[in-house]
Design a protein. Structure first.
Length: 180
């Protein structure tokens, strides 16, 4: 009776080992397939410092887009964009988002309402930031692309004086120095 129980137990252990080996081999095949797909479909095609567009005026490193495309297996990366223009766009858009956030903080802090129509003010500020950034040409240095550089405070202050009609001796300019 005891010998029969041991044989049955041994048989059950062998069966469980076989099943676990099958599961592990299936998982291994899935992982290997995903790894090969990633390396051939994404990893080897990503040039250094590449970015891709993820929305209006928004760019992300290419590996983010590659990661997002993993859900749709079989799709290869279709966007191959000129490295220089993409790096420029990435730098300028990052600068724009920073300046926009700091401008909102400056306006809120000093309880200043932007000139009406407000959309026009933001559009003009964006054109100013992008134009000034391109004039500086400061996003390339020794072959390396920087995703951020500073605008001239003097130029920005002049823009605000003109658009917000603030006197140069207005005490609210102290917060401008702290924010920007």
């Amino acid at each position: 009776m005891g010998e029969f129980k041991i044989k049955g137990l041994n048989r059950q252990i062998r069966r469980e080992k076989r099943e676990s080996k099958r599961v592990f081999s299936r998982v291994g095949i899935v992982i290997a397939t995903a790894g090969v797909w990633f390396l051939t479909g994404c990893g080897w095609k990503i040039p250094e410092n590449s970015v891709c567009k993820i929305g209006e005026d928004q760019y992300a490193p290419l590996y983010v887009c590659c990661k997002n495309s993993l859900s749709s297996v079989g799709k290869s990366l279709s966007t191959q964009v000129d490295k220089e223009s993409v790096a420029d766009s990435f730098a300028v858009s990052e600068l724009w988002f920073k300046i926009k956030a700091e401008t909102k903080l400056f306006l809120d802090w000093n309880k200043i309402t932007p000139p009406q129509p407000e959309e026009q003010f933001w559009k003009e500020l964006k054109e100013f930031v992008i134009g000034h950034a391109k004039k500086l040409g400061a996003w390339e240095n020794g072959g390396k692309y920087y995703s951020f550089f500073h605008l001239s405070k003097k130029e920005l202050k002049k823009f605000f004086q003109e658009k917000l009609k603030l006197d140069p001796k207005d005490p609210r300019w102290h917060s401008f120095e702290e924010i920007f």
